[in-house]
Design a protein around this ligand. Structure first.
Ligand code: NAD
Length: 279
C-alpha cells in the first residue's frame, strides 16, 4: 500500500474518539487524507461500560493534525439522522466531497431475552444499526452525485452467528450486513462501493472493561482481564484473545482503495478464524 494512496481524499469515520475509529483515522492521515471524525462523547445509561469522551475525540483530532492533515471533529450521535446529515454537510463545506466513509460507531452489551430492558434494545439497535444506516444514507447522495465513493460498515463476528444474552447486539450486527448489501446493489451504478467487516475480539475499551469481564466470567467475584482472556481466546480459531485495531484498519484501507473498484457487497471477517466454524 502506497504512503500517499489517499492523498487529497476526504474520509469520514464515526466513533472516531478512540479504539478502532482512532486507528483508522490515523492510518488515513498517514496516507494523505483529510479526516472527519465524530463521536457521541457521552455515556449511555443502558450500556455497562464508559464510552468515548470529548477529550478522546480531541486527542484523535490532535494526532491527525500532527500528521499534517486537516481534521473536522464533531460531537454527534449517529442514531440522530438530522445530526448526521448536518455533520456531513459541515464536512463537505470544510473539507470538500467525502470520498470514504467508515460507519464504525457502536456499543456492545446484552441481557437475557426473558428479562431484557427495552432501553438496552433501543440503545444497541439505535447505535449499531440505525446509526450505521444514518451514516450510509447521509453520505450516499454526495458520493452518487460525484460518481465516486468507498463505504465500509462495521458489523461483528456476531453478525454471522449468535450467543446467549446477545439478542440485540446480534440483531443489530446481522442487520448491518443486510442493509449494506442492499446499499451496495443500489449504488453499484454510481461508482460507489459498500462493504462490511466482521471483526472478532479487538483490543479496545469495548472489550477491556470490568463489565465485560464480569459477563464473561460470572463464576468469579472480581474477574480481571487475564480471567476473561482465557474465555475470549477460545472464540477465535487462532490462539489469541484480542487482535490489535490495526488488523481491522489494514482491511478498511484495502476495501476503500480506489483500486478496489470491483469489490462491493462483500463481508470480510477479521476474526482470527472464528468464521471457519460458522460459515
Ligand atoms: P470502542 O468502544 O473503543 O469505540 C466505539 C466508539 O463509538 C466510542 O468512542 C463510542 O463513544 C462511539 N459511539 C458509540 N455509539 C455511538 C453513537 N451512537 N454515536 C456516535 N458515537 C458512538 O469500541 P471499538 O472496538 O472501537 O468499536 C468499533 C466498532 O467495532 C463497533 O461498531 C463495534 O461494535 C465493532 N466491533 C468491536 C469488537 C471488539 O471486540 N472491540 C468486535 C466486533 C465488532
Amino acid at each position: 500500500m502506497q504512503a500517499d494512496e489517499f492523498e487529497g481524499q476526504v474520509v469520514l469515520i464515526t466513533g472516531g474518539a478512540r479504539g478502532q475509529g482512532r486507528s483508522h483515522a490515523l492510518a488515513y492521515a498517514e496516507r494523505g487524507a483529510d479526516v472527519a471524525i465524530c463521536d457521541r462523547c457521552a455515556d449511555s445509561e443502558a450500556i455497562g461500560y464508559l464510552l468515548g469522551t470529548q477529550s478522546d475525540l480531541d486527542e484523535t483530532k490532535r494526532q491527525v493534525e500532527q500528521r499534517g492533515r486537516r481534521c473536522v471533529a464533531g460531537t454527534v450521535d449517529t442514531g440522530d439522522r438530522a445530526a448526521m446529515d448536518a455533520f456531513v454537510a459541515l464536512v463537505q463545506q470544510e473539507l470538500g466531497g467525502i470520498d470514504v466513509a467508515i460507519a464504525n460507531a457502536g456499543v456492545s452489551d446484552g441481557a437475557a431475552i426473558t428479562d431484557h430492558p427495552q432501553a438496552l434494545w433501543d440503545e444497541v439497535v439505535g447505535s449499531n444499526l440505525t446509526g450505521v444506516f444514518n451514516t450510509v444514507a447521509a453520505v450516499a447522495p454526495g458520493m452518487a452525485e460525484r460518481g465516486y465513493g468507498r463505504v465500509v460498515t462495521i458489523s461483528s463476528m456476531m453478525g454471522r452467528s449468535s450467543g446467549p444474552n446477545m439478542a440485540a447486539y446480534c440483531a443489530s450486527k446481522w442487520g448491518v450486513i443486510g442493509m449494506s448489501k442492499s446499499a451496495a446493489q443500489e449504488l453499484a451504478h454510481s461508482g460507489v462501493t459498500v462493504n462490511v467487516i466482521t471483526p472478532g475480539n479487538i483490543d479496545t475499551p469495548m472489550v477491556k472493561n470490568d463489565a465485560l469481564y464480569a459477563k464473561v466470567r460470572p463464576d468469579l467475584d472480581s474477574p480481571t482481564w487475564d480471567d476473561a482472556a482465557s474465555v475470549l481466546g477460545q472464540l477465535h480459531a487462532q490462539p489469541i484473545a484480542v487482535m490489535p485495531p490495526e488488523d481491522v484498519t489494514r482491511v478498511v484501507l484495502f476495501l476503500t482503495a480506489e483500486a478496489s473498484v470491483h469489490l462491493t457487497g462483500i463481508v470480510v471477517p477479521v476474526d482470527a478464524g472464528w468464521s471457519t466454524r460458522t460459515s
